[in-house]
Design a protein around this ligand. Sequence first.
Ligand code: SAH
Length: 364
Amino acid sequence: MAEIPLVFDAPKRGMPQKHFADLTHEERVSAVQELGLPKFRVDQIARHYYGRLEADPTTMTDLPAAAREKVRDALFPTLMTPVRQISTDGGDTTKTLWQLHDGTLLESVLMRYKDRATLCISSQAGCGMACPFCATGQGGIDRNLSTGEIVDQVRAAAATMAAEGSRLSNIVFMGMGEPLANYKRVMSAVRQITAPAPQGFGISQRNVTVSTVGLAPAIRRFADEGFSVTLAVSLHTPDDELRDTLVPVNNRWSVSEVLDAAKYYAEKSGRRVSIEYALIRDINDQGWRADMLGKKLHKALGPLVHVNLIPLNPTPGSKWDASPKERQDEFVRRVIAQGVPCTVRDTRGQEIAAACGQLAAEEK
Ligand code: SAH
């Protein structure tokens, strides 16, 4: 399978010092041995990090006292410092703004429901995909996140949930960035999120969703990894003419190429692909587009697809708006009439600019 084209490779400038979560098992073993520690310490440290959700070795009291600071300095640089935290939905939704070691800002959103807790994480600081309706896309890309910076968002939220006597159950890569443009680090993060403790956080693969603009070759490569993670494809319209402007990368991989790749993913993973569709008033919300969407998806993916409608969150200064409720209902009805399940996503966190596509780090 071809590598992701270089044009999507964000600058490496600003990557943090290597963290425990950036290393393979072998690299961890040599790192602790360099500190003069036996290799069983690797598993012990992993149990602290993935199992007890601790990121500071000075609190790992079963490590020899003299080794704790050395382990911290060599393997646990501070990756993220919380700058601000805002809550809404009666405290059920919290957005955290993090500052990275080089000053880069990034956001993650924790949503608590009755039966689950979902964390929306970022894979890049900013995004290079330039979708005109998305606040992050408007700001451009700062840099890729390191594996550790992705994984540590999960650790921090899992620790928050544990402190609340609950558990983090779901992860969606729907924060800032295009996950498949930071391919290797995102794959490593997915492995660490889903591996059972002490190799990972033990979150079920079925409860992890990777959302992409539709980098077709990367979707195929992702399918070949053999995960049963859910793939979400941000389609937003079934026709190339409009998609060329709504999701500019469509100029490179068209709707049919993206749907072919999605089908390959669905077949390999056995998971339904989720088609993301932000409904924008008078732009992509026409009844005929709903019919076309339903027909194309049914033809391309049969039963292996589900449409997730997202009422547009208007970004500041945008001329676009969400569709009226009746238009939305009609759209849902017409997609379903083509034999494709379609639901409207609940939009948590709107008042705190934590909803879909709004993670633009306002203080930038
Ligand atoms: N780059 C990836 C993941 C990040 S965005 C992707 O595009 O899939 C997560 C989802 O939010 C995507 O479906 C994206 O299109 C959608 N989104 C972005 N801005 C939005 C907005 N203003 N209103 C509603 N959805 C938006």
